[in-house]
Design a protein around this ligand. Structure first.
Ligand SMILES: [Zn+2]
Length: 164
């Protein structure tokens, strides 16, 4: 979608300012310049946070969006964020975009684009290129391992959860 297609309102503007505030706090603490906030369908803030990737955190997945999703899920005691909007200071990387789908976030509003981020050294284009390749051609090749015990986990899960 072209960014000109997005219709934002005063509330979006207010929430984006909070996401940017998180990013500013993040910079002050020595983390990456990224912040995010999550709002439910009644415009209540249900989660938020900033980037926490550092040598101390030892967590390369602690992007602002992931931090905010974890916070919102904890606050709502759920793994699903139906009806929620994610406001993030920068266009989500593929990992964070995937997390929005897994958490069922309905809408994403972002500030800087991935091209803006690339200019400052936050380049995730190689991940999109990797996704387009066949698995054996990827930088970290994925290989299928045929073992009956692994599929057995699925059948055990379905048995205990009474799925049909
Ligand atoms: Zn990310």
């Amino acid at each position: 979608m072209d960014t000109s297609d997005v219709i934002c309102n005063d509330f979006d503007d207010e929430m984006m300012k909070i996401a940017v505030d998180y990013a500013t706090i993040s910079i002050g603490k020595g983390y990456g310049p990224f912040g995010a906030v999550i709002v439910d369908d009644k415009n209540n803030i249900v989660g938020g946070g900033h980037n926490l990737v550092s040598a101390e955190s030892c967590d390369p997945t602690a992007h602002a969006e992931i931090v905010a999703i974890r916070d919102a899920c904890k606050n709502l005691n759920s793994t699903l964020l139906h009806g929620c909007t994610l406001y993030t200071s920068c266009e989500p990387c593929p990992m964070c975009l995937a997390a929005t789908y897994w958490s069922r976030i309905e809408r994403v509003v972002y500030g800087n684009s991935k091209l803006d981020a690339k200019q400052y050294g936050f380049d995730d284009s190689f991940i999109y290129e990797e996704l387009a390749k066949e698995m054996p051609e990827r930088r970290s090749p994925s290989q299928y391992f045929d073992i009956i015990l692994i599929i057995h986990n699925f059948s055990t899960f379905f048995y205990f959860h009474n799925y049909t």
